[in-house]
Design a protein around this ligand. Structure first.
Ligand code: FPP
Length: 254
């Protein structure tokens, strides 16, 4: 049933550093405050019955930050995982991670694995944390897998369809994001889910991530609820198809 809510929300949590600088605090303090916002938005998403929430916690480009900040973000992620996992499990949240985990410590990788395994059977909100993730990395790793299948004779190049590409990308088992939110005032996608955002509604707000609360989240959801998604069709066609399920099929474009 269409309750007007997005099934899948993808967020770029921007503005932690500026939030701290405005308070003459070190950038670390902004990231720490950002974790509180993560907690509130995850809880609210689960309460509302949103199916999936994908949060961009660390991009493939974030390694360029000063080493102490990178280390701090890793430690913060690790400790947030330690502290929150039981609560997430209790709330029936399925925890997942996307990104190139090869760059991470063994300790962090096994903590992630523990969390994924513990919550794999849950059927509430799917919480996806994107770490060392980049949309271009995602497309590249998908192309490598497809290339291997072609090399091994399992698939001819002329047989490759959107379906084959989709199947190799991260998040292939989730509905594509309906709503993208970026806090912090920048109007960019910043190498986030490049393929998956093709038909996503974009919402930008000036609010810095630590200040983003459930009222701000509600505003984003309301803005989404007012939009007409046309997937390349005319407004009249969309109205004629409303409720038929055809729109969802078109969204996937597959
Ligand atoms: C962007 O703000 C934020 C990040 C690069 C890190 C986001 C991480 C968290 C919110 C905490 C950890 C997350 C989880 C899932 C536990 P910025 O530093 O780019 O801010 P600025 O643009 O103001 O400098």
């Amino acid at each position: 049933m269409d309750n007007g809510l997005p099934k899948h929300v993808a967020i770029i949590m921007d503005g932690n550093g500026r939030w701290a600088e405005q308070r003459q605090m070190p950038r670390f303090a902004g990231h720490r405050a950002g974790v509180e916002t993560v907690r509130a938005i995850v809880k609210e998403s689960a309460r509302l019955g949103i199916e999936a929430l994908t949060l961009f916690a660390f991009s493939t480009e974030n390694w360029r930050r000063p080493r102490p900040e990178v280390n701090f973000l890793m430690d913060l992620f690790m400790s947030a995982l330690d502290q929150e996992l039981d609560e997430l499990h209790r709330r029936n949240v399925r925890f997942r991670v996307i990104g190139d985990l090869d760059g991470f410590s063994r300790k962090l990788r096994s903590a992630i694995e523990r969390g994924v395994t513990l919550t794999a059977g849950n059927d509430g909100l799917t919480l996806v944390i994107a770490v060392n993730y980049g949309g271009r990395w995602d497309i590249t790793q998908a192309m490598r897998k497809l290339g291997t299948r072609i090399r091994d004779g399992q698939l001819a190049p002329e047989e490759v369809t959107l379906d084959h590409i989709h199947a190799e990308l991260c998040l292939n088992d989730l509905p594509e994001p309906d709503l993208f939110i970026r806090t912090g005032g920048e109007h960019r996608i910043s190498n986030y889910l490049l393929w998956q955002l093709a038909y996503t509604e974009l919402y930008f707000c000036d609010c810095l991530w630590p200040d983003f609360d459930i009222i701000q989240f509600q505003r984003a959801l309301e803005s989404y609820g007012r939009r007409q998604r046309r997937f390349g069709m005319t407004g009249l066609q969309v109205e004629a198809n409303q409720g038929s399920g055809a729109l969802q099929e078109m969204q996937s474009g597959l």
